[in-house]
Structures are given as structure tokens and as C-alpha cells.
Design a protein around this ligand. Structure first.
Ligand SMILES: Nc1nc2c(ncn2[C@@H]2O[C@H](COP(=O)(O)OP(=O)(O)OP(=O)(O)O)[C@@H](O)[C@H]2O)c(=O)[nH]1
Ligand SMILES: [Mg+2]
Length: 270
């Protein structure tokens, strides 16, 4: 099974199209899936529209009463996904704004089936592309990724900031355990970079799948606050670049343990 986690804030203009596309794709590739939407106190109909897909799609909407930001949405999403995930399941995170290109999903899942623990959809990979972005946004994003690559080089990885990723659930469970819940400490958009930087210190096989990021598929404004995100990246670089080594004995113990069955069965829990 593939468990999707989609953080969504005021995405009523996008979420219907997103879920219609996902439903069609999952049927076409015959992929059993469960979708977790984390609706973060949207002031529009995001949650209602997502919930209306329930008869057609295995979906649950986690609703926050107050807006807690994208990092808290991922924390809640991962917590829930790891409750229901079995050892062979894959967790996919993606954006609600239709920019996470579904045509690369099969390639991402194929890579996890080959044994990769962590697969990143990558617009800065040699065959990837960004189209119809504004010049300033594109330059900013490219520069941020270049800076992150310089401080935290990972062979073959070019895009550090993307939300669109596939994780083997069992590996992620172990990563959360090694970091004792501190795999995601950031509060904002930096949290996805933080996860990548922290996962690279573990015995995790990573690979990229090139993606075309088509920015004009999004309707409505961007939710990303640029200044705050830049500050968070800089803070992350300062904190992680000089962090002491993880205890190798602890990492070995957690990563060599037998796999774990789901804590909660999806049928009973909804
Ligand atoms: N749950 C939750 N989701 C959020 C919040 N802010 C943004 N998101 C979601 O996070 C995803 C990424 O936000 P975007 O606005 O697309 O940010 P971005 O992709 O970095 O920037 P663009 O390139 O401008 O699209 C979308 O699915 C948003 O709905 C929030 O406060 N809470
Ligand atoms: Mg986006």
C-alpha cells in the first residue's frame, strides 16, 4: 500500500483537481492507497472538498482547529501514516497545489521496489526542469538548493527543498526512532530540507527521479513565506553542519531490528 500525506492550507482551488488526478492515476496503475490530508484550519472549503472524495478514495482528513504550519502538518501526517503502515508500505508526501507531477509517481515507486529507502522527485536533476516560475522565485530556489548541496553534499541528489518524495515506511519508522522524535524540529518550510539532511546520516539509500515542475498548475497564491524560509534554511545550516555524530551503536541496533507490523489496522481506525 502507498500512504500519501498531503498538507493543505486554503487549497480549495486545487484540491479537487488534485484528488481527481490521484484517483485516476491510482486506478490506472492498480495501486492500493490511503490518502491523509492535513487541513490546517483552512478558511475555505479545502477540508469539505477533500472529505467528499471518501466514497471514491480511501481518504482521511486530519483537521486542525488553528493553523500550526506545514511542519506540524507533516509531523501529524507521519505520525498517522506510521500507525497504519506495514513493513512493505511506502509513504509519499506531496503538495496540494497540483505541482507534484503524478506522471513520475510510478518511477518513484519502482525505485522503492528496487530497494531505495528514499526517492526524491527532483526538478534540479540533470533531466529535470522548472517551467513557468517567476524569475525571482526560480533564482531563489536554485540558489537555496545550491547552498544546501554545498553544505550537505549527497551524491546524486540535486533538489533538497521539494515536498514530493517517497519513503519506505519501515526506514522512516527507524529514522524517527533514532532521532527520538527530533527528525523534524523546524517549524516551517525548512522541515523537508531538515529531514533530508538528517536522513543522510543514517544507512538510507537515496535516489532522485527527474521531474518537470510546472508552476502554473497551481491556482491561487503561494503559501511559502520567503524571508522566513530563508532564515530557517540558514538556521538549519548553522545547526546541522556542526552537529556531533550519531551514536553508531544505536543506529546499528535500530536499523538491524526486525520489521514492525502496523500498530492500527486502517479498517478499524476510520
Ligand atoms: N497543513 C498546512 N499546509 C500548508 C501550510 N502552508 C502551506 N501548506 C501546504 O504546503 C504545500 C506547499 O505550499 P506552497 O504554497 O505550494 O509552497 P511552495 O511549493 O514552496 O511554493 P510555490 O512554488 O510558490 O508553490 C501546499 O500543499 C500547501 O497547501 C500550512 O500552514 N499548513
Ligand atoms: Mg507549491
Amino acid at each position: 500500500m502507498v500512504i500519501f500525506i498531503v498538507p493543505a492550507y486554503n487549497e480549495e482551488a486545487n484540491i479537487g483537481r488534485l484528488l481527481t488526478g490521484m484517483q485516476a492515476k491510482l486506478e490506472a496503475i492498480r495501486c492500493p492507497a490511503h490518502v491523509i490530508i492535513v487541513d490546517d484550519a483552512s478558511q475555505d472549503r479545502t477540508g469539505e472538498i477533500a472529505q467528499s472524495f471518501a466514497p471514491r478514495l480511501s481518504i482521511e482528513v486530519v483537521r486542525n482547529r488553528v493553523n500550526r504550519g506545514v511542519a506540524e502538518a507533516f509531523r501529524a501526517g507521519f505520525r498517522r501514516a506510521l500507525e497504519v503502515a506495514g513493513p512493505e508500505d511506502v509513504i509519499v508526501t506531496k503538495e496540494a497545489d497540483n505541482t507534484s507531477d503524478l506522471s513520475v509517481l510510478e518511477a518513484m515507486l519502482a525505485r522503492t521496489a528496487e530497494g531505495y529507502d528514499f526517492v526524491l522527485a527532483s526538478c534540479f536533476a540533470p533531466q529535470g526542469k522548472v517551467v513557468n516560475s517567476t524569475m525571482d522565485r526560480h533564482v531563489l530556489s536554485w540558489a537555496a538548493n545550491w547552498l544546501l548541496r554545498t553544505f550537505f553534499p549527497i551524491p546524486g541528489i540535486h533538489t533538497y527543498s521539494s515536498f514530493y518524495r517517497a519513503y519506505r515506511a519501515e526506514t522512516l519508522r527507524r529514522a524517527f526512532e533514532v532521532y527520538e522524535g527530533k527528525l523534524l524540529e523546524c517549524q516551517g518550510f525548512g522541515c523537508m530540507v531538515e529531514m533530508l539532511v538528517k536522513l543522510r546520516r543514517l544507512p538510507v539509500r537515496m535516489v532522485e527521479v527527474p521531474m518537470v515542475l510546472q508552476c502554473d498548475l497551481r491556482r491561487g497564491p503561494s503559501k511559502m513565506r520567503r524571508l522566513r524560509t530563508i532564515q530557517e534554511y540558514l538556521h538549519l545550516i548553522r545547526r546541522e553542519a556542526f552537529r556531533s555524530r550519531l551514536d553508531p551503536e544505536r543506529v546499528r541496533r535500530v536499523f538491524e531490528r526486525p520489521p514492525q507490523e502496523p500498530v492500527v489496522s486502517l479498517d478499524e481506525s476510520r
